[in-house]
Ligand binder design. Structure first.
Ligand code: GSH
Length: 178
């Protein structure tokens, strides 16, 4: 790790029920970064102070300063952008830097496509479950969720493991299969 990647100061505005905020929480924890958490109540209109931080009024948002002082109290919003920023600012085994090797850009493209597939194909089904009033319909959507993960995500895990040796995807795959 270089100096910039040790002990950043991070404030994380979040809500534990929000999957987009969970995405950032997962990245923070996987990278082992310390952070101060501030919960935003999504059942009330956003207060003026939070709209100054994030004019869109959504969670997640972070405020980030690095230890070298070259980045000071920068606000970053939108879960995909925050996740990408943190992975770039704190290089790890999870995502190669694009200049690491000739194949690193391809590995990054594969990881991005994996995340995109989750957002485009799985997340809409996941979100629709909560909106269903009847238990039968929720169970049917639950089966649909499992089917879509098997159909859309599992082939990508296999590809990541076999072709690119992507350790992170392989580990997720192993955990998912128990
Ligand atoms: N594209 C955004 C979506 C964030 C989002 O929709 N968050 C929801 C909670 S899950 C939110 O803050 N909703 C409050 C609102 O829209 O007023 C991201 O990826 O960060």
């Amino acid at each position: 790790m270089n100096g910039a990647s040790t002990s950043p100061q991070i404030t994380f505005w979040t809500n534990h029920g929000c999957p987009w905020a969970q995405r950032v929480q997962i990245v923070l924890r996987e990278l082992g970064l310390p952070y101060e958490e501030v919960i935003i109540d999504l059942d009330r209109p956003r207060e003026e102070w939070y709209l100054k931080i994030n004019p869109r009024g959504t969670v997640p948002s972070i405020r980030y300063s690095n230890s070298s002082g070259s980045i000071k109290e920068e606000i970053i919003t939108e879960s995909a952008i925050i996740a990408q920023f943190l992975a770039d600012a704190h290089p790890s085994h999870l995502l190669p830097a694009s200049g690491d090797s000739a194949t690193a850009p391809l590995s990054r493209a594969r990881v991005s496509f994996f995340a995109d597939t989750y957002v485009a194909k799985v997340q809409p089904v996941w979100m629709s479950i909560a909106k269903e009033a009847s238990r039968d319909e929720r169970e049917r959507k639950g089966d649909e969720l499992v089917a879509v993960v098997e159909r859309e995500m599992e082939p990508l895990l296999v590809l990541g493991e076999r072709v690119l040796g992507l350790g992170a995807l392989a580990r997720i795959s192993g955990a998912a299969r128990g």
